[in-house]
Ligand binder design. Structure first.
Ligand SMILES: NC(=O)c1ccc[n+]([C@@H]2O[C@H](COP(=O)([O-])OP(=O)(O)OC[C@H]3O[C@@H](n4cnc5c(N)ncnc54)[C@H](O)[C@@H]3O)[C@@H](O)[C@H]2O)c1
Length: 445
């Protein structure tokens, strides 16, 4: 089948590559010429396990190509996927300008039937706006071309995106036209062999499903973070509590890890956007507001611990920071807790020596000439001349480090662990001060 995809970011690129991998002919279009040039020259603009090889193989096989040419993309596929960004605008609502720009581009260039598929995360009612925009432009062109609009939200996780796309938990298809459901089923058939994963529904429910999933996951995280703070005050250990509740099959072990807050390109913006959607229709989404507020507070927790440890005087101190990406196996630093921490440390007069296995280029791009930040080549180099170590991303390389080396490198043997990777008893036994999240060892001075 012929597929065109607008937006070659995390979602568009992974969708394009996976659809090409099963035999479709895919054209990916992006307005970012530098990105398209890089892809056409064999480069991949993001880090995602397995993506590099799949891009190269499918380009070589002639099933995948990249362009900035709208006409070429509109002419190519019956399936036209919109996978552009929907960042928050000033008041937190999803900014639909890129989605609607694609809709307009498609309408301006189409001369045949097209299925316009919204894969971007968009508020309820967006498909109606896309439909209206296309109709308006077609009317201006006096074009009789027919089209359908489908909501097909994406649930992939960065860091496991290829696997998630290839073996999805569900394929949500929102449309009011049963014929389009069948077209979409055919396109997704290679990913739907083991059992039927298609959940077909009306468009509005599909749009809301994506927000519901992300808001639920963010709620679980904020709930655990709230309890971790309480556990600290009460002298309980949140890790024991986690195991105690995770064993309940109604609760489960996923997404109940306490930590230094959630980040990334999805949870923060999607919780905010859903809250905005609610307030626009006159409903106060109290739970969503709390989820967001708890997360904002949680992103400060590590800084507060470090500041207290150094008696509220961080001037001249150097903190080693392990982890910049918002989670492991990605280079994405959007809304990452590392940013809140390093910015607060630098504002308080400290120097930061940071290391991340994949996000160093991204950090250079975000902080091109930040005086207080030194990006180090290795985790060990980040420890040199540092007063303390803070861990914010649970990359596997940080999970079992050489504690003796950490102890001898740091001026003060102290670790602030934003992901509860280490065993407090073990660290105590080898003489390292340890502050995790909600482990009942609070420094309150
Ligand atoms: N990143 C994730 O893990 C994830 C998961 C599920 C859903 N989503 C949703 O998918 C959407 C895309 O997210 P992303 O992380 O891939 O974004 P991204 O920022 O990585 O990529 C978006 C791309 O769209 C391009 N673009 C902008 N305007 C364009 C236009 N008019 N025509 C063609 N290309 C254009 C940009 O240049 C950019 O390359 C968002 O709505 C997001 O919420 C993201």
């Amino acid at each position: 089948m012929k597929v065109s995809i607008y937006g070659s970011g995390y979602v568009g690129l992974v969708t394009g590559v996976c659809l090409a991998e099963v035999g479709n002919e895919v054209v990916c279009m992006d307005v970012d010429k530098a990105k398209i040039d890089l892809l056409n020259n064999g480069g991949v603009p993001i880090y995602e396990p397995g993506l590099d090889a799949l891009v190269k193989e499918n380009m070589k096989a002639g099933r995948l190509s990249f362009t900035t040419d709208i006409q070429q993309a509109v002419d190519h596929g019956v399936f036209q996927f919109i996978a552009v960004g929907t960042p928050p605008d000033e008041d937190g609502a999803a900014d639909l300008q890129y989605v609607l720009a694609v809709a307009e581009n498609i309408a301006n260039h189409m001369s045949d039937y097209r299925v316009v598929i919204n894969k971007s995360t968009v508020p309820v009612g967006t498909a109606d706006k896309v439909k209206a925009r296309i109709k308006e432009v077609l009317a201006k062109r006096s074009s009789q071309s027919d089209f359908d609009v489908v909501s097909n939200p994406e649930f992939l996780k960065e860091g496991a995106a290829i696997d998630d796309f290839m073996k999805p938990d569900r394929i949500v298809i929102g449309t009011d036209n049963p014929r389009v459901t069948e077209l979409m089923r055919a396109l997704y058939a290679p990913f739907n062999r083991n059992h039927d994963r298609v959940v077909a529904m009306d468009i509005r429910s599909a749009e809301l499903t994506k927000y519901a999933a992300n808001a639920m996951l963010a709620t679980k995280i904020s709930f655990m973070n709230e309890l971790s703070n309480l556990a600290e005050i009460l002298g309980a250990d949140i890790e024991k509590v986690r195991l105690g509740i995770g064993s309940d099959s109604r609760i489960g072990y996923s997404f109940i890890y306490p930590g230094c807050g959630y980040g990334g390109s999805c949870f923060p913006k999607d919780v905010k956007a859903l809250e905005r959607t609610a307030s626009e229709v006159g409903y106060e989404a109290q739970l969503l507001q709390a989820v967001e507020a708890v997360n904002e507070r949680q992103k400060q927790v590590l800084f507060n611990k470090i500041e207290r440890y150094f008696n509220h005087d961080l001037a001249g101190k150097t903190i080693a920071l392990w982890g910049l990406a918002f989670k492991p196996n990605t280079d994405d630093m959007r809304e990452a807790p590392s940013r809140t921490l390093l910015e607060a440390l630098i504002a308080a007069g400290a120097q930061v020596r940071a290391y991340d296995p994949e996000a160093m280029e991204e950090a250079k791009r975000i902080y091109p000439d930040n005086q207080g930040l030194t990006l180090c080549e290795t985790p060990e180099a980040a420890l040199e001349q540092a007063d303390a170590l803070a861990v914010v991303t649970e990359w596997s390389i940080f999970r079992s480090p050489n504690f003796e080396l950490i102890k001898s490198s740091l001026k003060q043997a102290v670790i602030f662990d934003g992901r509860n990777l280490y065993n407090p008893d073990h660290l105590a036994s080898i003489g390292i001060d340890y502050y995790g999240i909600g482990t009942g060892v609070e420094n309150t001075q």
